[in-house]
Design a protein around this ligand. Structure first.
Ligand code: ZN
Ligand code: ZN
Length: 265
């Protein structure tokens, strides 16, 4: 088995005590690559991820200012991203996006941060990792208004089929998290059945959203658990787990080639 966790928050303090062991466990469980997003508003975030690269070249980094921190986004962050991109320290801009569930930043601030970073990603020729919660139509509008055509991943997908379709049409991959395994996620499983196989990805979004059977046990989610989401997605699609793993790993490698080039965090 060879799987990819397309989205993990290994930068977070939940992993400070055992970050390296967590990655080792994931690789021992068949995970071939992990894309870690880092938060530019926390100085310790990107170094925590980059510190994994020497031992694990297929652990990759993305960086950006999330919707939740959009109120703190400044032009200085764009300068940082420019520097990181020039050094090859990041493979994508993200996660960035809109979250109208939590509303930790105003919708105006969220749109402003998203559009600035989308425009930068377009200039830099980097894919984006998008976060969208109750914001599908606005995410599509931002991509269109910025004429962003660099593709990327709509991560932890929870929106409707129309949003998935529109983003696939714009060259994006759609990534499903452990939410797909939750008993009440019937509607999401219907969407997951319809996304073209060559646009599908799986992720953990660790340390959040532990999939069934870990959900509700109090256990922290970690990349090794991505197999549980893959298993459910394979069932939905009528595929063997091996075929689902192969397809999602191929999709990820198309966006972030990792065998020849390594991680370059
Ligand atoms: Zn997110
Ligand atoms: Zn995330």
């Amino acid at each position: 088995m060879r799987l990819v966790d397309s989205h993990a928050h290994l930068d977070m303090s939940e992993f400070d005590a055992d970050r390296v062991e967590v990655v080792r466990r994931a690789f021992a469980a068949g995970v071939a690559s992990i894309l870690c997003r880092a938060d530019l508003t926390r100085p310790e975030s990107l170094p925590a991820v980059a510190g994994l690269a020497p031992e694990f070249p297929t652990v990759m980094a993305a960086a950006g200012v999330h919707a939740h921190q959009a109120k703190d986004f400044t032009q200085d962050h764009l300068g940082e991203l420019r520097d990181l991109a020039a050094r090859g320290a990041i493979r994508a801009i993200g996660e960035i996006g809109l979250d109208f569930h939590y509303d930790f930043s105003t919708p105006e601030d969220q749109r402003r941060a998203l559009r600035s970073q989308l425009a930068f990603a377009g200039e830099a020729g980097l894919p984006v990792i998008l976060h969208s919660r109750l914001a599908g139509a606005d995410i599509i509008a931002a991509v269109d208004e910025e004429r962003y055509r660099g593709g990327g991943i709509l991560h932890c997908f929870t929106e409707d089929w129309a949003t998935a379709r529109a983003m696939v049409d714009r060259g994006f991959f759609v990534s499903f998290s452990g939410i797909l395994t939750f008993p009440k996620a019937g509607k999401l499983r219907e969407v997951a059945a319809r996304v073209p196989l060559d646009r599908l990805l799986v992720e953990t979004d660790s340390p959040y959203l532990a999939p069934v059977p870990y959900r509700g046990t109090g256990r922290r989610n970690e990349p090794a658990f991505v197999v549980e989401t893959a298993r459910v997605l394979a069932g939905i699609r009528g595929l063997t787990l091996d075929d689902l793993d192969e397809a999602t790993t191929r999709n990820f490698a198309g966006l972030f080639p990792f065998e020849k080039t390594g991680g370059q965090c």
